[in-house]
Design a protein around this ligand. Structure first.
Ligand code: 1HN
Length: 270
């Protein structure tokens, strides 16, 4: 599957005139992958959603067993509150909310803010340890304000790491940086700078988010063209290759750590 950011943005703009986050908690569009008998998941183990928050809004705090992360696509002046800590979230950042941490979001900027959420809810559904609580005060009190936080990887810090990263010498993959998120062992988070690389398949389910650039990804027999903000899904054991038409930054959310922990991980370069 492939989802286009522009189409999603139009739909979320319409939702913005109808749905109030104070009531709905979150204004988001779930990326339901239409494989048989699925009404929620984006891949078997993970779900993604595009979320939009309007200037001046505050989305109430809650906590759940599921681990969550966000890829910030277009945001200036918005923030997350994670366990009382207010952290700015801006375009290109990755923000983490490990399971059972309180989290809410707010927006002090002038334009609507958009990001992509990724959660391991389908895995939690399978194993059934789901707990969920609304914050007793609805909005969590801010106890500290931190630009640098263990819950935030800023765009600049990621780009600095990526500058130092090297691709695979045999050309199997592009320069890549893995973000360490030890509190979220079901999710693999990585960034890569794509130009072109050959075919790969692995048992991991992967969701690619285009942070910058344009190009195409071949997934099995299908080819999806993408540009900034789009999402492309590669299910388990399916060949894929990327080809960028301009310098491109791709973010990859996967269940690779889960596959590795269970000793189910296999990978082949084709
Ligand atoms: C959720 O709680 C958030 O807290 C975002 O920001 C996306 C998608 C499905 C279910 C819960 C959030 C979600 C979600």
């Amino acid at each position: 599957m492939h989802w286009g950011y522009q189409q999603v943005k139009d739909a979320l703009a319409s939702a913005g005139t109808l749905i109030d986050v104070a009531l709905a908690e979150r204004r988001n569009l779930i990326l339901r992958n239409p494989f048989p008998n699925n009404n929620f998941a984006t891949v078997k183990t993970l779900v993604c959603a595009y979320q939009m928050i309007l200037p001046g809004e505050v989305a109430p705090s809650h906590r759940h067993s599921a681990h969550a992360m966000r890829v910030i696509l277009d945001a200036k002046g918005s923030y997350s509150i994670v366990d009382g800590e207010k952290t700015p979230i801006e375009s290109g950042d990755i923000v983490l909310t490990p399971g059972w941490h309180w989290h809410g979001h707010g927006h002090e900027g002038a334009e609507p803010a958009y990001w992509l959420d990724g959660l391991d809810i389908p895995s939690v559904h399978l194993m059934e340890p789901m707990f969920f609580e609304e914050h007793p005060k609805k909005y969590e009190k801010i106890t500290s304000v931190a630009a640098a936080s263990r819950f935030r990887f800023s765009r600049d810090s990621i780009l600095t790491e990526l500058d130092k990263a090297k691709g695979d010498p045999a050309g199997a993959h592009a320069p890549r940086v893995t973000l360490e998120a030890p509190d979220m062992p079901t999710m693999g988070l990585s960034w890569s700078l794509e130009i072109k690389h050959g075919g790969h398949r692995s048992t991991a389910n992967r969701i690619f988010v285009v942070v910058e650039g344009a190009g195409q990804t071949k997934v099995g027999k299908e080819t999806f063209a993408w540009r900034r903000g789009d999402t492309v899904v590669v299910p388990t054991w399916t060949d894929f290759s990327h080809r960028a038409t301009s310098d491109s930054l791709l973010f990859c959310l996967s269940d690779e750590p889960l596959m590795r922990a269970f000793k189910y991980y296999r990978s082949e370069y084709l």
